[in-house]
Design a protein around this ligand. Sequence first.
Ligand SMILES: Nc1ncnc2c1ncn2[C@@H]1O[C@H](COP(=O)(O)OP(=O)(O)OP(=O)(O)O)[C@@H](O)[C@H]1O
Length: 376
Amino acid sequence: MSASVSLRHVNKVYAQRAKNPIYAVKDFNIEIKPGEIVALLGSSGCGKTSTLRMIAGFEEVTEGEILIGDRPVHRLAPAKRNVAMAFEGYSLYPPLTLRQNIAFALKGERLDTAEVSRRVDAISKLLELDKHLDRYPSSVSAGQQQRASLGRALVRKADIYLLDEPMGQLEPQLRAALRGRLKRYLREHRMTAILVTHDQTEANALADRIAVMEGGRLQQFASPGELKDAPANLFVGTFIGEPPMNVYRVRPSLGEGRVSFRGAGDGKAEVLSYAESEFSAPIRQLIGKGEEIVLGIRPHDVRVGEGASLGEIVSNQWIGDQTHMEAAFPGGVIVSTLDARHPGRMGEPVKLAIPAGKLHIFAGDGRAIAHGTRLV
Ligand SMILES: Nc1ncnc2c1ncn2[C@@H]1O[C@H](COP(=O)(O)OP(=O)(O)OP(=O)(O)O)[C@@H](O)[C@H]1O
């Protein structure tokens, strides 16, 4: 039942013949495996919805091809693609109850009434909609309409399932509970699903792999763990992770057994310094060229209270489950997170250590060069 999905050199240009055409999706390539859950993640306008709508057939592909399994579908009408889609704008039929809306998706499967009821009941229960099934779209909340739209997509049998911001309207508690159930449901039925979201928590919780998009281009397609540990470029490094990665533009130099990173700006203060032996030979060789690089440091990799680097606390907040600390240090400001509370007050000195093995090193143009001791 579940199928693979391939997008090959897909481009989407809106207003092609206008003076200023809009290049919404640029040379997009992706291979999704049968039964895989994939999230298209990116900020508003990066091209995720256009990509999803091209797969569904609601938007024409300007260039390139889309395959579901080994079937090229990019020239087929939506109804011929065997794709189920939950829309961000719900698109429920107003004269039908939620039950009738969901059941409507099963029309093509020619099931008997009892089986239709069984399937509608099961999906409604999963989505906590069972008590509202006899109400009309206009008399239920936006969140309930959204769940009905999701139910209508999930209830039918299709080769792939496309979910556009499927939980955007739900309150946080229900969203967290449904995420788990939705993932289990997709897994149990081995459904290939592509969801669009701008919420990285949702993408991390649901997806096997995440396609990070920016400016119409695919930046990286990898598992949530890989995106965090080995971002392909500075954009992905700073986009993925909360609070965001600390970044410093520096110029490295080697001498007297030490590697020193100095600010690339006017001040040229030493931002960080390490014993040469903390870096592997290939990394030493690379940074030994002295070219400007960008150092990325994840907030949870900063060891507060250890090492020699002295900073000055700018803010120290306990946010319920962790401490967020901002400190001024020669590189500017560094944000760190700690699992425990920290007694430090604003203006007080604080020791900070950043293990060499936790540094992310990017070239001046943003390409990743090394993650920890691993060269890219
Ligand atoms: N029908 C259209 N006509 C012209 N331009 C469009 C159309 N639909 C989208 N665009 C433009 O294409 C670009 C990508 O839009 P798209 O909706 O795919 O992005 P998105 O990442 O899904 O954003 P959002 O999260 O805000 O929905 C944007 O610049 C958008 O303004």
